[in-house]
Structure formats: C-alpha cells, structure tokens
Write a protein that binds this ligand. Structure first.
Ligand code: SD4
Length: 318
C-alpha cells in the first residue's frame, strides 16, 4: 500500500521515522503529521521550533503553527502563541472548528490553556543564553538579527489515500513582538489536498508569502506536474521575479509530495530534508540549487555533515 512522508530539515528525521512507523502500521495521515511535528517541538536542541526555540527581541518565545486535513481542507493555525509545548496540536484542535480556527497571541494561548494543552516556559537556559549573547553582539556590531531560522513543515500520505500537512516554528530569531511568518498561513507555509498532494515551506516568511508558493506547487501538481517539476517551476522563477521586482529574495526551501507518494524539493540555499515512503525507508537528503538556476541537485547526506551538525547544535554557548 502506498504511503509517504516528507519534512523540512535534518531535524525532522526522527519525526519522519515516527510518522513512517505509524503510516506503515495503517495510521492516519493527520495523526502521523502531528506526531512527526511533536517530536521536533519537544527536542530542546532544535533552536527554531518548540521547546528550546529562540525568542523574539524581547526574550519571549512566540510560536506559529498550522495543521491542514487534505480530505476536508479543514485548517487550524496559531500565530505568536506562547508557553505551549505543542503548538501544532493546538492548531490541529482549532482545525476542527468552522469559526475561530486561526488564533493569535493571547487568544491562541488562552485557547490552549482552556483546552488542557501542556503549558510550559519554552525559553530554555540555552536559548536565553543565545538571546543574551545576540543582544550584546547587536549592541556592538552591525549585523542582521535575522539568522537562525528553520521551520519544520511536513506532509503525510496514509494508506487510505488521505493526506495532511503541518508546520511549527518559533519564527525568526530576534523578530519583533507580534511578527508572524508564513508558517501558519494557508497557501504560503503549507497546503494539502488529498486529491492532488501537499507542500510546505521554510525560509524567510515575508518573502514566501509574496508568492503563496505552497499553494502554487499543489496547483501545479494538480495540472499534472510531478512534485519535482512543480517545486522547480514554482520556486526558481519566483526567486528570480522577486530579485528583479523587489530587489532581493530571502531564503526559500520547499518540500512536496503527491498522493502517490512521489516527492520533490526546491531551494535557493543548502537544504536538508527527510523523506520516506513505501518504496524507500526514511532517509536524510541534502539539496542545492542547480547551477542552471532552475533545477535542484539532491544527494544523500554524508556522515561528516551529520557529525558536524550534531556538534554545532550542541556546542556550548560562549
Ligand atoms: C518564518 N518561515 O517565520 C519561518 C521561518 C523559517 O526556516 O522557516 N525558517 O518566516
């Protein structure tokens, strides 16, 4: 039976393995995508999602997340939610409501509290130390505050043909209070339709939103393009368009999967992702933009890369 899952960044791999186990055992797409994201949210060394995520300029971890059911097109999302362990689970609960399904700030946090979601201080000592260090650096050096941003975005396909999509992020490090990125925005950070497929994004939300790229990828798959063609055709011309008309383009990386479990990615930076389906066990791959400017190079990850990554995420904050 066909099933599949794909998610952004190396950090998603343990979640992809978990989702694959669930899907192989006949689990449902929505449960699998939520479980996948929950694994990433709970891991303290991933500094841009959930627990351990880096805070905004004021030292508050404000998170954005979304969930979409590809059968019913139901969506739920939260923006700038705080003190919640699993923002994506709150988004999923909201997706069951016809009204008030996208909530932000205190309203989102209140919903989580009232509905029994695990509440906790999401600012770990490590994230706080990085924030303090960055404040000191910003005071003395002319550097951009906005680096260190990796959203987890994932698509799942279960053996009954249902699909789901979800995202979770603490957004850009040192963002302004109340800033919301693409991740909770339908069509920008994510989109899925079980009759076609799904896509999810990571990168500079302000620029991803300018192209509604996740929706564009799904739309292209609906017209018959493979996931890889849809990713290439949606992402690279848009990056070129932004450079020409807006003068610059931020980082963009997109993953997509269709309802046959075929997948694709496109990116304008080095980009790792994890993917598994009934044909191939979950594995981490690395993508780069092709030299021709409109294709994607995809290779297996090397052990050296993985070792360096592990060292980097656990390095002491000095
Ligand atoms: C945002 N898209 O808040 C997120 C950040 C991100 O990789 O994905 N970074 O704009």
């Amino acid at each position: 039976m066909t099933w599949g899952t794909i998610a952004t960044w190396r950090m998603a791999h343990d979640g992809v393995v978990k989702a694959s186990d669930l899907l192989t055992a006949g689990g449902q797409a929505g449960d699998a995508v939520e479980a996948l994201i929950n694994v990433v949210e709970a891991y303290p060394y991933y500094k841009s999602v959930g627990y351990g995520g880096l805070p905004n300029e004021e030292g508050v971890v404000e998170m954005d997340a979304a969930f979409m059911d590809g059968d019913t097109l139901a969506q739920g999302a939260v923006g700038g939610i705080h003190n919640v362990m699993h923002a994506v689970s709150v988004a999923r609960a909201l997706s069951h409501q016809h009204y008030n399904s996208f909530r932000v700030g205190d309203g989102a946090t209140k919903f989580a509290q009232l509905n029994g979601f695990e509440m906790t201080n999401m600012l770990t000592d490590r994230a706080k130390a990085r924030w303090q260090k960055r404040l000191a650096e910003l005071a003395t050096e002319n550097m951009t505050p906005y680096d260190g941003h990796d959203t987890v975005g994932a698509i799942t396909l279960d053996t009954t043909g249902s699909m789901a999509a979800a995202t979770s992020t603490s957004g850009l490090f040192m963002k302004k209070a109340g800033r919301v990125g693409d991740s909770p925005l339908s069509g920008s950070g994510y989109y899925v339709d079980s009759e076609i497929g799904g896509a999810a994004a990571t990168g500079l939300g302000e620029d991803i939103m300018k192209g509604c790229i996740s929706y564009e990828i799904v739309r292209r798959m609906g017209e018959g393009e493979t996931p890889q063609e849809a990713c290439d055709h949606a992402v690279y011309p848009f990056v070129a368009k932004l450079k020409k008309r807006y003068g610059k383009a931020g980082e963009f990386s997109l993953v997509a999967m269709n309802n046959r479990g075929e997948w694709g990615v496109a990116t304008n930076v080095e980009f790792t992702f994890s993917v598994g389906n009934d044909q191939a066990a979950p594995r981490i791959l690395i993508a780069h933009p092709g030299v021709d400017g409109h294709s994607t190079l995809i290779e297996p990850i090397t052990q050296d890369w993985l070792d360096a990554y592990e060292k980097r995420i656990k390095a002491p904050i000095e």
